[in-house]
Ligand binder design. Structure first.
Ligand code: ADP
Length: 428
């Protein structure tokens, strides 16, 4: 069997979120970080997700990176291409969703794609082309204040029309309610009128099923990870995908456990507090101001970790701090320097401790995860079982480690309050 689905994701944690849904749908998934420059063994893999950093970068860079990913995925034989973006349609009038979708369509030589950002179980729905977060319109959901991609308009037909010179249309709930065949006919009728991008309503999971069935033969689909939940069943119906008993099965985990956290999101702060309450004395707090003064605090953190790991005791190294502390550090060091000092310290600790036998690693924070993965020299992750929505265990092969490293990469606001404890319980 060849690769069925090749996905291009505009950020790292979004890629994992999609991969997680595909595994839950029954596909064996590998996530690669950027386009691989060495050959990859993709036997026993049904879907590959290329994680890019193309959400907020200049549009030329986003389209060039996405096209490179497309070429690579086609070389791997992917039958369908999925352009994955955020369920809140994070973009600006310059892009990057419209220009990237246009570039991919042009390269594939096709004239139409669908846009399905919704993820109903996470409260992201679309009705009459308007995106809702819970019961609020997108532009009243908090997303209007996003620092990089403020979303001030909930009408996605209008939003996307500002990002592309091509015609944007709508597949409304009324059409979806008539089923996949009617939806397909509607898409064809729109194509006959040169409608290139079709924003799709999605009120609940049954709409995702209809959309997946209607679009399974489209060379390119685009959307959030919700659509990824519905596609595998259609691939099986087409005979492209076998029934796979345990698509998220990883090799047995080995080695000691470690949690590092550079996330200051509200959910992470509660997870840190919960872990410290359950495991008194298991935490070591890093402070960027102290890190800026030299290696002393980093060395103390390392010594602390060694001592506990030797006794097989749990360890959490964290820079996570409440907003006042973060602001104070940023005022003293600058936002970028404070962040870099923390990312550097946590990733170097992770590298050193993995070399010394840590084999199960939880990382909290999107940027922090990126820094740790890159410091470890990881280029591909096999996706395993879900710990919490959007966060699966993964495994990576490292050059200097015989057994694979088990990794859980948690973006800030994800995960239940006991995540740092439960993650290891889920991992058999
Ligand atoms: P999240 O997923 O919660 O947004 P990230 O890791 O993406 O987490 O981002 C958190 C950022 O904050 C990182 O750049 C990290 O280095 C930085 N940071 C962490 N702790 C502190 C701190 N105590 N003071 C200042 N910056 C910090």
């Amino acid at each position: 069997m060849t690769i069925v689905l090749g996905a291009i994701a505009d950020d790292f944690t979004g890629a994992t979120d999609l991969a997680n849904n595909l595994v839950r749908g029954g596909m064996r998934c590998v996530q690669v970080i950027g386009v691989p420059n060495t050959p990859l063994d993709l036997s026993n893999v049904d879907a590959v997700i290329v994680a890019l950093k193309s959400r907020s970068c200049p549009v030329e860079e986003a389209t060039a990176d996405s096209l490179a990913a497309l070429e690579w995925l086609r070389e791997q034989g992917a039958r369908q291409i999925f352009f994955k973006y955020c369920s809140t349609f994070d973009s600006t009038d310059k892009g990057n969703i419209g220009p990237v979708a246009d570039a991919l369509l042009d390269r594939l030589g096709v004239t139409q794609t669908v846009m399905v950002p919704a993820f109903p179980i996470n409260g992201r729905t679309v009705y009459q082309g308007h995106l809702f977060v819970g019961d609020r319109l997108l532009n009243d959901s908090g997303m209007q204040h996003h620092p990089l991609t403020p979303m001030t308009d909930a009408d996605l037909v209008r939003v996307l029309s500002r990002q592309t010179s091509h015609t944007v249309g709508l597949a409304s709930r009324t059409t979806l309610a008539k089923g996949a065949e009617a939806t397909r006919q509607h898409l064809d009728a729109l194509a006959a009128k040169n409608v290139r991008h079709v924003i799709c309503d999605t009120v609940d999971d049954s709409d995702l099923d209809v959309l997946a069935e209607a679009t399974v033969e489209m060379p390119l689909v685009t959307g959030g990870s919700g659509l990824g939940q519905a596609l595998p069943a259609q691939y099986r119906k087409q005979g492209w995908l076998a029934e796979i008993a345990e698509p998220g099965r990883l090799q047995p985990a080995s080695g000691s456990t470690l949690v590092v956290s550079g996330s200051c999101s509200r959910a992470t702060l509660a997870q840190v507090a919960d872990f410290l309450e359950r495991h008194p004395g298991a935490g070591f707090a890093l402070d960027p101001v102290a890190l800026a003064e030299g290696d002393k605090q980093w060395e103390q953190a390392l010594a602390f970790s060694f001592e506990r790991l030797e006794k097989n005791a749990p360890v959490l190294i964290y820079a996570s701090a409440d907003p006042e502390k973060v602001k104070a550090a940023q005022a003293e060091l600058g936002v970028d320097r404070a962040g870099l000092l923390v990312e550097e310290a946590l990733s170097q600790l992770a590298v050193t401790l993995v070399n010394e036998g840590v084999g199960r690693l939880v990382v909290a924070g999107g940027e922090t995860s990126g820094a740790v993965v890159s410091a470890l020299g990881i280029s591909a992750l096999r996706i395993g079982e879900q710990i919490d929505p959007g966060v699966p265990w993964t495994q990576a092969t490292l050059a200097n480690r015989e057994a694979p490293l088990s990794l859980a990469l948690k973006s800030g606001n994800f995960g239940s309050v006991d995540f740092f404890t439960r993650a290891f319980e889920v991992l058999a």
